[in-house]
Design a protein around this ligand. Sequence first.
Ligand SMILES: *Cc1c(COP(=O)(O)O)cnc(C)c1O
Length: 245
Amino acid sequence: MSNIQSAPETLMMGYGYKPELSEGAVKCPIFQTSTFVFKTAEDGKAFFEMAHGKPGHEGQEMGLIYSRINNPDMEILEERLKLWDGGEAAAAFSSGMSAIATSLVSFLKPGDVLLFSNPIYGGTHKFIHLMLHNWGVTSIGFNASDSKEDIIKLLEANNAGGKLSMIYAETPANPTNDLIDIEMCSEIAALYSTPGKKVLVAIDNTYMGPLWQHPLKHGADIVLYSATKYIGWPQRPDRRCSHWQ
Ligand SMILES: *Cc1c(COP(=O)(O)O)cnc(C)c1O
């Protein structure tokens, strides 16, 4: 068994979960706790330092601290989401907007240019125009019908090429289902990347979900989801839309 590479469909049954850490429960219990106990004060110190990225802890295993930072259920969700997209790492947040806002503020700084696809989810639109604008990030929207040449012209007309830091696309778009070519976005990003600065491509994949579209395979760097749509829907046909009845 051990050398068989199982498909994500199979791995969803138990991947990332160790029953021996939960009294042998076959399915992961829901850990409704904010704070975890450390075996020793030294463990606590090491876990906090590791959580804040302090080097010098090679070989030490990370432990649970506080549910906003890590929690068994959240870690299993992250591990399993990572499988569908073939990602290196995943981070779960309390909402899709929280994941989107955190990604934008983490990778953009004052003076940067953000290129984004239009139309875009209302919450994201507001965050870009009201919040990022106030923090000195210039945002330039392109349309789903624009060609690669049109978008390059748009960047050049705004004298934005050198300051471009991220291309953010939502595809299919909410609510129009407009499609954006992810590979085209990564080609534009490559055009404006330099050895010292990679222009990132972030894709909101909420509408297709992690089963049907894998943006990382088309050159994206970051994939974002809201779990209120495709991911959160019941998948069994007989239960489809049961929450509307
Ligand atoms: C709903 C939605 C969001 C926001 O997600 P929340 O979990 O409600 O914060 C973001 N992007 C898209 C494409 C959405 O449809």
